[in-house]
Write a protein that binds this ligand. Structure first.
Ligand code: HEC
Length: 111
């Protein structure tokens, strides 16, 4: 089931990779997972799936920080890697999963 899902994503995305993994998965695990949790399901930081932000916004949040989230420099994560992470986060969500992502619409304190 899981493998079928991953293969489906590769086909839909037309991504020609021999590893079964999205290029953004590794940078996500190294940099974001600590706070946003495995599979971006949320931990001490809110879930990022489904991703409701575009790549430019995510890049701005990563560079500048956002409220409780510290800024992350381009030495730690390049712009391209951030875009890969965005692609990875988008790949984690398909509409059929909608029912098990309660809480995914966390908007964060806006002050
Ligand atoms: C040190 C912990 C930490 C790390 C590492 C971290 N974040 Fe966050 N992030 C947070 C917290 C906490 C929030 C919620 C901030 C708030 O709403 O007050 C957040 C919020 C966000 C938001 C939502 C901003 C909004 O407008 O609501 C995005 C997008 C995001 N993070 C992306 C990322 C990405 C991509 C990475 C990896 C490159 C990452 N974060 C790494 C802690 C972290």
């Amino acid at each position: 089931m899981c493998l079928v899902f991953v293969l489906g994503l590769l086909l839909v995305g037309g991504i020609a990779v021999d590893a079964q993994e999205h290029p953004g998965a590794e940078p996500y695990r190294q940099v974001c997972q600590l706070c946003h949790g495995a599979g971006a399901r949320g931990d001490i930081a809110p879930a990022l799936v489904p991703l409701v932000f575009d790549a430019d916004y995510v890049l701005a949040v990563v560079r500048e920080g956002y409220s409780q989230m510290p800024p992350i420099s381009s030495r730690e994560l390049s712009d391209d890697q951030v875009r890969d992470v965005v692609g990875y986060l988008e790949s984690l969500f398909t509409p059929e999963q909608e029912s098990d992502t309660d809480g995914g619409d966390y908007a964060g304190p806006r002050n």
